[in-house]
Design a protein around this ligand. Structure first.
Ligand SMILES: NCCCCCC(=O)NCCCCCC(=O)O
Length: 396
């Protein structure tokens, strides 16, 4: 992956996959995108360079909420008001192949994409699992075997499996509302907030800057770890993460719509939180998990990978902080495992995003929301109570 087409990098983090095959060393940027040879590519990918709005072919949106909840309301009469009160934009229940219920708030339609925040992490893990399956990544190996540029960082020593399970002590505050937190520096490096002069040049450079005390084994939620996973699959394939997410997952879902992922100035997809997609397409991802890694377009990831995810991780590794009331909860391969008697497993994103699996009823529940706060114990409780009530209604 070196030489022609390798993207220039922030010092010490490259090479990275080129934005497009055959791109010269100087990659497309805000300063050169209108010039050849970049314009051949940028004119068809402008959203990666200049913020772009969607011009919907369906405008205006239908007035009022779209709601089909009748199969659940006998068991949960106040379902619609609970969805409203928990700032739901989209809600969907799929049992086997049957669409049992669907709800979209006023102003949000089934074809609208919604930011899924850290649900993106669980999508990344599926892509990552496909690389493990084919033998190009070995989770027992040190992270620096794949990304030597991480030598000297917190990632110098831990294994890939520890990265997947987030059991690395890292100087990274995941306090979303603290301007001094690392998660906000991470956001700025990735183009999610206005840059400051001394910020790392891009997400790769941010990852290289992270430090820790060298201990492993205790769960510490850290969004940066997912971007390292994405970096690893980029490095072993020589392809951009956005392309890998498309080829290895999205293209196999028979999805209604393309998903999107935000990119930084180097074109690196924000694997930990930057995916947007429709509720129905996200439900297709849940389906493939319950179907042992098989999607409409063929096998995505092995049954073994899926089984290991659904089996859960080590509850003893968790701190007391698990979203909702799940004392036996665990985290493995970028999924939250509730450790309850239903064996629920979920992809979770701040502000109320859930891709919730209920193996007992072979059901997937998607809830996409816009809670006014990113992440409070109380909101997680409200959300998980609702999701559990839906599962219990499906039992009946
Ligand atoms: N800054 C970019 C996006 C970060 C998205 C973070 C996210 O969605 N996190 C989910 C946290 C889940 C619950 C964690 C907890 O309660 O411990």
């Amino acid at each position: 992956m070196r030489g022609e087409g390798s993207a220039p990098t922030a010092r010490g983090t490259g090479p990275h996959p080129p934005r497009y095959p055959g791109a010269p060393a100087e990659q497309p940027s805000l300063d050169n995108w209108q010039e050849p040879p970049h314009n051949r590519w940028t004119f068809a990918h402008l959203g990666e360079i200049v913020p772009s709005a969607t011009v919907s072919r369906r405008a205006p949106h239908p007035a009022g909420p779209t709601s089909r909840l009748d199969l659940l309301t006998a068991a949960i009469p106040d379902l619609e008001s609970r969805l409203e009160r928990s700032y739901t934009d989209a809600f969907l229940v799929l049992r086997g192949g049957e669409l049992v219920a669907e709800y979209y708030r006023d102003g949000f339609a089934p074809h609208d994409r919604h930011l899924v925040m850290s649900v993106s992490k669980s999508l990344c893990a599926i892509v990552f699992g496909s690389f493990v399956d084919e033998g190009s990544v070995d989770p027992s190996q040190p992270i620096t075997r794949y990304i030597p540029e991480l030598a000297g960082s917190v990632y110098d020593g831990p294994t890939v499996q520890q990265l997947l399970d987030m059991v690395i002590a890292v100087d990274y505050s995941e306090d979303y509302v603290d301007p001094a937190s690392e998660v906000q520096t991470h956001d700025r490096s990735a183009g999610w907030r206005t840059r400051r002069d001394d910020d790392p040049a891009d997400d790769y450079a941010f990852l290289v800057s992270l430090r820790g005390d060298g201990t492993t084994g205790r769960f510490q939620y850290c969004s940066a770890h997912t971007d390292v996973l994405a970096w690893i699959v980029e490095r072993v394939s020589g392809r951009r993460y956005a392309e890998l997410l498309s080829e290895r997952l999205w293209a196999k879902l028979d999805a209604d719509r393309d998903a999107t992922i935000t990119v930084d100035t180097s074109g690196f997809g924000f694997a930990n939180g930057g995916v947007s997609c429709t509720a129905r397409d996200l439900a297709r991802v849940g389906r493939l998990m319950l179907d042992g890694g098989l999607a409409a377009g063929g096998r995505v990831v092995s049954q073994e990978w899926v089984d290991a995810t659904l089996a859960g991780g080590d509850p003893a590794a968790m701190d007391d902080h698990f979203p909702g009331d799940f004392p036996n909860g665990s985290y493995t391969r970028q999924w939250w495992c509730m450790g309850n008697d239903r064996s629920n497993v979920s992809a979770i994103g701040i502000h109320g995003q859930n891709l919730w699996l209920d193996p007992q009823t072979d059901s997937v529940v998607v809830k996409l929301s816009t809670w006014p706060e990113p992440d409070t114990e109380e909101w997680h409780r409200v959300q998980s109570r609702l999701l559990l009530d839906v599962c219990e209604a499906l039992d009946g």
